[in-house]
Design a protein. Structure first.
Lengths: 112, 111
């Protein structure tokens, strides 16, 4: 079954706390992504990973970092979360960076 | 910005009507993805059109691509309430070799 799994689905954190969002895929896709989605702004690319330990900044990387130690897992880390990082975060994967993207169901993060 | 003319943000139609969503972009591309996002879910690909196709159909969906005018469209014939969703046009930036998402069009199909 082709699936991208995100954990957790909902998360509430206080400003200054560290946040870890996890993503897994079972399709052996090389390329994985983290996006955030805010009302009226569409999908904004945070980071793209082309394979294990091969990560590149997207359009809005500031305040975020990523880790990809296995092809099937891609993590998004917020060190000392800020209130403006409250958003819905989506992970996606694709066979290549111009191919069909498969998205997870998202993590709704609230930073108080 | 990779986007030209602002794509329509929201659209409401009656069930049974036909609807067309237009997308214009600045990036050089030969492939456009169209994704649909239902409430509470991630986007999912509904149709992909390449420059050598000009038009592609899938059920009640029809996509067009005009690379000379850097525009694409998605039409839905006889829309149903279950077509209510956000639709994203996503051209592939050929130079950067990545998919670029627009802001999306919120389509509401009313009973």
């Amino acid at each position: 079954d082709m699936k991208v799994t995100q954990m957790p689905r909902y998360l509430i954190k206080r400003m200054g706390e560290n946040v870890l969002l996890e993503c897994g895929q079972d399709m052996s896709h090389e390329t994985m992504y983290w996006y955030r989605q805010d009302p009226g702004l569409g999908l904004q690319l945070i980071y793209i990973s082309y394979d294990v330990d091969s990560n590149s900044e997207g359009d809005i990387p500031k305040g975020y970092r990523v880790s990809r130690k296995k092809r099937e897992h891609f993590s998004l880390i917020l060190d000392s979360a800020k209130t403006n990082q409250t958003s819905v975060y989506f992970c996606a994967s694709s066979l290549g960076s111009a191919e069909t993207l498969y998205f997870g169901s998202g993590t709704r993060l609230t930073v108080l | 910005s990779q986007w030209g003319e602002e794509n329509l943000q929201a659209l409401s139609i009656q069930e049974g009507e036909d609807v067309t969503m237009n997308c214009s972009y600045k990036t050089y591309t030969t492939v456009v993805h169209w994704y649909r996002q239902d409430s509470g879910r991630g986007p999912a690909l509904i149709i992909l059109i390449r420059s050598n196709e000009r038009e592609k159909r899938s059920g009640r969906l029809r996509a067009t691509l005009d690379t000379s005018s850097q525009s694409s469209s998605l039409s839905i014939t006889a829309a149903q309430c279950e077509d209510t969703a956000v639709y994203f046009c996503a051209p592939v930036d050929t130079n950067a070799y990545k998919v670029i998402f627009g802001k999306g069009t919120h389509l509401h199909v009313l009973p």
